[in-house]
Design a protein around this ligand. Structure first.
Ligand code: GLU
Ligand code: ZN
Length: 312
């Protein structure tokens, strides 16, 4: 089967070095296997996404020499597909309890925080199941009533370990009930959740390999679960370390100095690529190289698990 990789940025800010790393590793892995590399703009959230950022991302990718195949997919144009999939999930029942797998939730963030068990101190919110129905009811999956349209839609998760292997971080075992609880498929404002969209889009785009930052390593469990429910094949999972500043904080879109648009004034594309390749251990010394020239050096076993410090 031909490898299909992808880069799936959210156009909520300028392309920065962290995005370049995700794009570069995904591109190298796919191209080294003679595969395709596709681009998807994750502009689900109309409040935060801007077309000018999407345009900038594409300009930066071209400038860096990271070329993609086929048409660019915009999530904002695919809400019909997500709605169809949500209905499909809503027609399913939990095999254990007979409950409908998807249910409306009207909790506010404060309701959930108030019910939060004290041990989730790492900032994660575990949904306590407040709105989960207690007994199997007749099929009422018609969620078009005005009241339910203002509710978020959640999916019941099983209390079992979900197991998968990551190319860099190795074997993972995540219990969704403990990790996040029943999670959101569609927000109360009608915006479809990333977890739903990513699974459908990767399947429809034929993606066989997912490369992205390790901040999404555990969210594989949610995606793995939905792929199983929908009868979709599991792709290969390859998460990479994050770029952090001297304080150990993850680089973010607010660090304008590390935006590609700002770096262009001081570096060539090949310098940026070569420095990054050196920082992740692909080449022994930093030297200017085009992505193509890195192909002989690319090897997942060289990619470290620890985050990588970059100076501004
Ligand atoms: N859109 C996500 C981001 O920019 C990436 C999602 C993914 O690669 O699955 O962080
Ligand atoms: Zn609720």
């Amino acid at each position: 089967m031909r490898c299909v990789g992808r880069f799936a940025p959210s156009p909520t800010g300028e392309m920065h070095l962290g995005n370049v790393l995700a794009a570069l590793l995904s591109w190298l892995s796919a191209r080294q296997q003679g595969g395709l590399w596709r681009l998807r703009i994750e502009d689900l959230d109309p409040q935060r996404s801007r077309q000018e950022y999407a345009d900038g991302l594409m300009r930066d990718l071209e400038w860096l020499g990271l070329t993609w195949d086929g048409e660019v997919i915009y999530q904002s144009q695919r809400t019909q597909v997500y709605a169809h999939c949500l209905n499909r999930l809503a027609s399913m029942r939990d095999p254990q309890t007979g409950l409908q797998l998807v249910y409306p939730c009207t909790c506010t963030r404060n309701d959930i925080l108030a019910a939060q068990a004290p041990h989730e101190a790492d900032g994660r919110i575990v949904y306590p199941g407040t709105c989960r129905p207690h007994s199997a009811s007749p099929d009422n999956s018609d969620n078009s009533s005005p009241l339910l349209r203002r509710a978020a839609m959640r999916i019941i998760v099983p209390d079992v370990e979900i197991e998968y292997d990551d190319r860099v971080y190795g074997h993972q075992s995540v219990n969704l009930a403990a990790h996040c609880g029943d999670f959101i498929l569609r927000r109360s404002d009608g915006v479809f959740a990333y977890q739903l969209a990513v699974v459908i889009d990767d399947a429809e785009m034929g993606v066989t390999e997912i490369v992205r930052g390790r901040d999404l390593l555990l969210s594989v469990a949610q995606q793995h679960y939905m792929r199983t429910l929908l009868g979709l094949a599991q792709p290969a999972y390859c998460h990479h370390p994050l770029l952090v500043n001297a304080q150990g904080q993850r680089l973010c879109k607010r660090d304008h100095a590390l935006a590609v648009s700002a770096m262009r004034a001081h570096y060539t594309a090949q310098e940026i690529i070569g420095n990054l390749a050196h920082a992740v251990g692909l080449i022994p010394e930093p030297e200017p190289l085009a992505p193509q020239q890195l192909l002989p050096y690319f090897d997942w076993s060289r990619i470290p698990r620890n985050d990588i410090m970059v100076s501004e």
